[in-house]
Each structure stands twice: as structure tokens, then as C-alpha cells.
Design a protein around this ligand. Structure first.
Ligand code: PHE
Length: 450
């Protein structure tokens, strides 16, 4: 009786912690609200929620089952079922590489804001916006903070201590949750906040365009860490007795709740203070300080918030670097140290260019965007959904959804109420067709409009 030698999580709780640590991060607090602000508020929120359920959870179950079955990380997992499909895993590796390079820059911003809390935030929207603009366009400061953030990520993955950090940081996550709850209450009671609430919760579906759909789809993959091997890799460490359908709904639920609450903080404040909801990637960083300055001991809350956000971002960054390093180790025979140091350093350098593109190099355009936005848009809106599409097709049609269902239900020993629907309809047709339709609509082939 040869037992699998791969280490497994001690318990279901261990997996939920690690997967939630990967999922919950800047995607929830920074990326989700700024996209919602750009794409029509409530219309975006509703599209996003629908996609979380019909594509997000469906693909999550698929990736976890695929990972646990093959006990491999991204490229190896495809290979172990069908050698010809190895390149499919590479799309995800490339996505992880690109995401981490700008993610780490934003991770650096959280460190800067943590320190700023000690000298105080700006209550005035113009001052808050100017502060943010001056900081991110500075040629040096954001790069120093990016170096700190990336250095911490590399150090943790290099020493192989991510488990410890994940546990530690997940003990802090309830604290982040409580803080977010307090901020929701503060923001909802701001005079003038109701208009923001209406913007966020009262949908005007005529605002939905193909681009809205694509941004929401990309955000679902981004926020759930799908499409680049993070969740798949965690799945490969999940014990054979654990309940995949359960854990695959708990994690997306928690993740969605945090993103939803982030919107409840940001949008009332946006309207109460006269910020521009569609301003893009600076939204959370200019708005949150206004909320802090409107509360007693706001600096203390601010410091605690940015510290916890930094930790949440760090556990996500670890899960971005790990599959990239694992790929170099497994497919190119690199040692762990070499893989982490070299790939981490290249990612850092790409991030330096991304950071400079917010200032000194902002005039250099990549398909109409600066380099930072190009990385953000291409990895989120194209690479992750493409990789998700390929993965769902692979799981349903190459591996076979009946095999996937067998894995997801521990050989039929646990109940998965909608298991048949998942295997025969959702992962086989609904997820791949929806992803394809969203792509077609975003390039204008299928018109959207009600
Ligand atoms: N899900 C993380 C977040 O929302 C980012 C991430 C994307 C992590 C892809 C791993 C893989 O912040």
C-alpha cells in the first residue's frame, strides 16, 4: 500500500485558511470597488454576483478536484492527464507572473499608507487625491515600498514558511472583518452617503456593456485566485476525505462578502465627499482616508486597517509566486532557492517598470494604456478567463466530468446536492459557453443591451 507522499493539509480548516488567504486580498478592497466605480456601480455588482455563482464556484470546484486528483501544480496537473495539454498550464503561469508584478506595487502602497496613518490622513478629497497622485508618480518612493513588499514575499516563499504566515495572518483576518464592519457603519452614516448607496445597489441594467461583462468575469477569476494554478495547487494538498463542494463554496462566499462590504464602505464615502467613482485604481486609496478622518481615533483605525490589508495582500502574493516558482522547479529542474530568487527578482523588475509607468513613463502606451494598467487589464481580463476557459474544457471534456465528479464527491461517499448539474451542465457547457460569450461581447461580436 503505497501512500501518496505529498503532504496534505492537516484539516479542512487548513485548506480553507490557505485558500481564503489567497483569495482575500487587494482584489477585494482595491480592485473590486474601482471596477464597480468604472462600470456603472450596481449594474457591475449584480453581473459580478451572478458570475461568481455560475462561473466562479463552478470553476473553483473544478480546480480543487483537478488539483487533488493529480496531486500536481499547474503544468504538471495537465500533463499527468494528457501530455499534449501542458501548454494550457503555461497561460496561468504567465498570468501569475504578470499579476504579481503590479500586485506587489499596490502591496507597497498599503505599506506607505500604514506609515501615513501615524502622521494623519487628509480629510479633504482634493488633498487626498493629490497626496495619492504625488506618491504613485514619484520615481523612487513607490519603488522602495514595492521592494519591501516583494522582498517580504520572496523571503517567505524562499524559506518555505508560507504555512506559518498563512495561519498567522488568518488569525488576523477576523480582525480585518470586524474593522471592515465598523467602517461600513461609519461610511453608511456619513451625511450624503445615500446617493452612493443607490449608485452601488440600485442597478441600471442599461449601463451593461460587453466591457462590463468582461471586467466582471475577469474580476471573478482574479478575486477567487482562479485560472493561474493557485487554487489548483492548494487542492493538491487537500486530504482525500475532505469535502470539496463545501470548501469550494465557503471560500468564494467569504471572499464575495468582503468585496461587497468594501463597496459599502467606499461608495457612500465617494458621494459624501465628492470623489469621482470612475477614477480607476486610486479609488480606494483616496477614499478610505476620508472615512478614517471622519471617525474618532481615525488614525489608529487607519493604521490597523492598512496593516491588516498588507497581510491579506501578502498571503495572496505568496500564492502568486509559489506556482511560478513551482513551475521552474518541476519543469526546468531549478532548485527552490534559485526559482524563487530569480523569478522573484524578474517580477520585481517588471513591477519597477509598472510603477514608473504611473509617473515618469506614463507617456509610453501599451495598447492605449500605461504599462501598469496594461498588466492589470491583460492578466485579469484576458489571461485568467482564457486559462479558466481552457481549464474548464479540459476538466469536463479531456479528463471527463464524470471523473471530476467522482473526485469532488470522494467517490460518491459525500453528498453534493447539485453534483449532477455541476458535472453534466455547469462545468461542461455553462461555464465555457458563458466565458466565450463574454469574450465575444467584449470585442463587439455579440451586442449587449437591454
Ligand atoms: N485573489 C487575490 C486577490 O483578490 C489575487 C490573486 C489572483 C491571488 C490570482 C492569486 C492568484 O487579491
Amino acid at each position: 500500500m503505497e501512500q501518496q507522499s505529498r503532504e496534505t493539509f492537516g484539516s479542512q480548516v487548513g485548506f480553507v485558511f490557505a485558500a481564503a488567504g489567497s483569495a482575500i486580498g487587494l482584489g477585494n478592497i482595491w480592485r473590486f470597488p474601482y471596477l464597480a466605480g468604472m462600470y456603472g456601480g450596481a449594474a457591475f455588482l449584480f453581473v459580478y454576483l451572478a458570475i461568481v455563482v455560475v462561473v466562479g464556484v463552478v470553476c473553483f470546484i473544478g480546480e480543487v478536484s483537478f488539483g487533488r486528483h493529480t496531486r500536481q501544480s499547474n503544468v504538471g496537473a495537465f500533463k499527468s492527464i494528457n501530455k499534449a495539454w501542458a501548454p494550457a498550464g503555461l497561460i496561468g503561469i504567465l498570468a501569475g507572473f504578470m499579476i504579481l508584478s503590479f500586485y506587489s506595487v499596490v502591496g507597497g502602497w498599503t505599506i506607505r499608507y500604514f506609515f501615513q496613518a501615524f502622521s494623519g490622513f487628509f480629510a479633504d478629497p482634493v488633498a487626498s487625491g493629490d497626496f495619492f497622485g504625488a506618491f504613485i508618480s514619484d520615481p523612487l518612493m513607490p519603488i522602495i515600498y514595492h521592494a519591501l513588499f516583494m522582498g517580504a514575499t520572496i523571503w517567505i516563499v524562499y524559506n518555505g514558511i508560507q504555512d506559518g504566515i498563512e495561519k498567522y495572518s488568518n488569525i488576523m483576518m477576523p480582525a480585518l472583518f470586524v474593522l471592515i464592519l465598523i467602517l461600513v457603519v461609519r461610511s453608511l452614516t456619513l451625511p450624503g452617503g445615500q446617493e452612493g448607496l443607490a449608485f452601488y445597489l440600485k442597478p441600471d441594467f442599461s449601463k451593461i456593456t460587453g466591457e462590463t461583462l468582461l471586467a466582471a468575469l475577469g474580476q471573478v477569476f482574479f478575486t477567487l485566485s482562479l485560472g493561474m494554478g493557485s487554487i489548483l495547487t492548494y487542492g493538491s494538498y487537500l486530504g482525500k476525505d475532505e469535502n470539496i463542494p463545501n470548501v469550494s463554496t465557503i471560500v468564494p462566499f467569504m471572499d464575495t462578502l468582503i468585496a461587497f462590504m468594501a463597496g459599502l464602505i467606499i461608495f457612500p464615502a465617494v458621494f459624501a465627499y465628492g470623489f469621482e467613482p470612475g477614477q480607476g485604481g486610486g479609488l480606494a486609496f483616496v477614499t478610505l482616508p476620508a472615512v478614517f478622518s471622519a471617525m474618532p481615533a481615525g488614525n489608529l483605525f487607519g493604521a490597523a486597517f492598512f496593516f491588516l490589508l498588507f497581510l491579506a495582500a501578502l498571503t495572496s502574493a505568496i500564492s502568486l509566486l509559489e506556482p511560478v516558482a513551482a513551475y521552474m522547479m518541476e519543469e526546468h529542474g531549478w532548485t527552490r532557492n534559485k526559482a524563487v530568487l530569480i523569478m522573484g527578482s524578474i517580477i520585481f523588475l517588471v513591477g519597477v517598470v509598472a510603477s514608473l509607468s504611473n509617473g515618469a513613463w506614463s507617456h509610453i502606451s501599451f495598447f492605449g494604456d500605461n504599462f501598469f494598467d496594461f498588466l492589470d487589464n491583460t492578466s485579469g481580463n484576458i489571461l485568467l478567463p482564457v486559462s479558466g476557459l481552457v481549464t474548464s474544457i479540459f476538466i469536463a471534456w479531456v479528463w471527463g466530468s464524470e471523473h471530476a465528479l467522482k473526485e469532488a464527491t470522494n467517490d460518491g461517499t459525500i453528498t453534493f446536492a447539485w453534483g449532477k448539474l455541476w458535472a453534466n451542465v455547469l462545468i461542461k457547457y455553462v461555464a465555457p459557453i458563458l466565458i466565450t460569450l463574454v469574450f465575444l461581447s467584449s470585442i463587439g461580436i455579440i451586442p449587449v443591451g437591454i
